[in-house]
Design a protein around this ligand. Sequence first.
Ligand code: DQA
Length: 147
Amino acid sequence: MPATKTIAILNGPNLNRLGKREPEVYGSATLDDLEDQLQAEAVPLGVNLVFYQSNHEGALIDKIAALADAGIHGIIINPGGLTHTSVVLRDALAGTGLPVIEVHLSNVHKREEFRHHSFISGIAVGVIAGLGFSGYSAALHYLVDEI
Ligand code: DQA
């Protein structure tokens, strides 16, 4: 039996406000609902999940480095608005050498022009946008098969 693998589910700025924030775009379910759903899915997959959300770029970067140093196996991240602005977040993710999947609840390509560019996509294994919580689930299933 192989050792249990660990995947981090990271959410960036404003995703703590899921359920309250622009529900017509992001839905009415909360971040707790998302984490509960993913945790339930992780059990039969035999994978350990670590959850982290921050509104602060530096806090996310420190957490990414700490998780990498702790020996996790993959990262699923919704960087929120940092997607479109953050070279340092990209560098932190690339620096882990871990497989990264970028997830967006909304279809960023259907929205404002400034959301069409991602600093993260170029270092990600894959990108999922527009599938709501199902995007995180798909990313989880993919990573469990790959790591
Ligand atoms: C988002 C899309 C981003 O453009 C936005 O800034 C977010 C959420 C999404 O999940 O659709 O905060 O990443």
